[in-house]
Design a protein around this ligand. Structure first.
Ligand SMILES: [Zn+2]
Length: 492
């Protein structure tokens, strides 16, 4: 090796070393300094297309950040395509092809703010990405679905099953963008069920990745391998913040889905599914994790560092399993015809949209009963020695809901074991109340029995002492007087 070669080797080593060091710090720096990049115009997951357009309108456009109209949805809502950077490597991302999966859309807004920022600590990162990469993204591919916060588009079509027929404008837009860019990498951004776990562990699958298959044999070509390597890299980066909470989505080939077809069309596609995180109903923590994944993913693409990763690390990521309830009560004693039985009770607190779709309430249901020892709960209680009894109605009838507001409900009603109150008349169309009790109209014939798939209302006693009052799948703890009830239901 001559002197020049030695010098070059040293220079290359320093450069590579420099990149590696920067990368190790990058995700932590993004995590620590995230508040300055968060787009605070949108801070709840149910926002409208109009609100998104308002935010995009206010963004300062430059040579670096460009926004164009990519087309329209069935109901004529504009679908925007944004470009950041001017590099040779095209990368494409899209979010909210399912209208009720908005976590990544919020993260993409944060990403715009990151690239528009003049924080000099991140200059090298921003410069490297914008010089090497042209990052295109469609935030909210399905604005009509978003309007009602539903998965499908205005004609009840799942856009993610229209990649072959391309019948609908939303699918046609995505395919046209793919055709014109031929992106080297692509990010398909979704939300998944909050009840998936990482393999058989008790930990929620907070983020699940997938490098989709492009055929039934699940072959691995260079295109898919690069996606696997980038995922292996992202898994390491995110593990610091959500240790043990990263899983892999099923890689069964779906010929009609966009992700699988993108791989066929030559793009290394990374599916990111945002799942559950305890008490993170508005998904703001997952939004932050998505932001870190996207920025560090782009940095790895720009620097080429994903090439150092192995597909073994990708393969080692456990798969999603559906093993979580929102509330799991273990070892409850129930009586039937004088006989005693031991059961576990799995309760799910399902989110239901309000009439304008901009907010939600909880509908607590008994999801499963029996031996649930192989399952877990976001909240779990060992009810050994506790006996299940039917829910009860408070003996006094109130005139209307307003009258109830003057009552200390935990003290007067919940601590006495009542899950329901009766009122003479209900003058609202709402199906829920923010009061911590269920309300029924006086002449209603609602059934209150403890039953599978029915509303979760009952009490638990121990040696004839009341321990818990369950209202709409949430508990009031009589001994500590702690109230965990998010809302009651209104039954007419
Ligand atoms: Zn989805």
């Amino acid at each position: 090796m001559n002197t020049k070669a030695v010098f070059l080797t040293i220079l290359i080593s320093i450069t590579i070393f420099g990149v590696v060091v920067a990368q190790n710090n990058l995700s932590q720096m993004l995590y620590d300094q995230y508040p300055q990049f968060k787009e605070n115009e949108i801070i709840e997951k149910r926002f409208s297309h109009e609100e998104l357009m308002d935010v995009l309108e206010k963004i300062h456009k430059s040579d670096l950040i460009k926004i164009v109209n990519a087309g329209h949805s069935i109901e004529e809502r504009e679908i925007k395509l944004i470009r950041i950077g001017t590099g040779q490597i095209n990368v494409l991302a899209w979010s909210q092809m399912h209208g009720d999966e908005s976590t990544a859309t919020m993260a993409l807004l944060d990403l715009i703010k990151f690239f528009a920022s003049d924080n000099t600590e991140f200059s090298d990162v921003r410069n490297l990405i914008t010089e090497k990469v042209s990052f295109y993204f469609i935030p909210m591919l399905n604005p009509d679905g978003t309007e009602n916060f539903t998965r499908r588009n205005d004609m009840d079509i799942d856009i993610n099953r229209d990649a072959l027929r391309l019948q609908f404008p939303e699918s046609q837009i995505l395919k046209a963008v793919q055709d014109s860019l031929k992106p080297a990498f692509a990010f398909n951004l979704h939300d998944q069920s909050t009840r998936y776990t990482v393999g058989n562990s008790y930990k929620a699958a907070t983020i699940s990745f997938l490098a989709p298959a492009f055929n039934y044999k699940k072959d691995i070509n260079d295109v898919r391998e690069n996606a696997m390597k980038l995922i292996a890299y992202l898994k390491k980066e995110l593990d610091h913040f959500i240790p043990g909470h990263i899983a892999k989505y099923s890689d069964d080939f779906e010929p009609r889905a966009f992700g699988d077809n993108f791989v066929k069309w030559g793009s290394s596609l990374i599916l990111i599914e945002s799942g559950g995180w305890k008490n993170n109903y508005e998904k703001q923590f997952l939004r932050k994790i998505n932001f870190i994944a996207l920025v560090s993913g782009l940095y790895s693409i720009a620097s080429g560092s994903y090439n150092n990763e192995s597909i073994e690390d990708y393969n080692a990521i456990p798969e999603n399993k559906e093993k979580l309830f929102d509330l799991l009560l273990r070892n409850v004693t129930v009586f039937n015809n004088g006989k005693e039985y031991l059961i576990d009770i799995g309760i799910n607190q399902n989110e239901e949209g309000t009439s304008d779709s901009r907010d939600f309430y909880f509908d607590g249901v008994i999801e499963d009963v029996g031996d649930l020892s192989t399952f877990y709960g976001y909240d779990e209680i060992d009810c050994k020695g506790m006996k299940l009894e039917q829910a009860k109605i408070y003996p006094e009838t109130f005139k209307n809901i307003d009258d109830l507001k003057a009552i200390d409900i935990p003290k007067k009603i919940l601590s006495k074991g009542y899950s329901f109150v009766k009122v003479d008349s209900i003058n609202t169309e709402d199906k829920f109340t923010l009061l911590p009790v269920n309300i029924i109209e006086n002449n209603s014939d609602i059934k209150m029995e403890f039953k599978l798939d029915e509303p979760a209302n009952f009490i638990l006693t121990e040696n004839d002492e009341l321990i818990f009052t369950c209202v709409n799948g949430f508990l009031y703890d009589v001994r500590s007087q702690k109230n965990y009830i998010k809302n009651g239901r209104i039954f007419k």
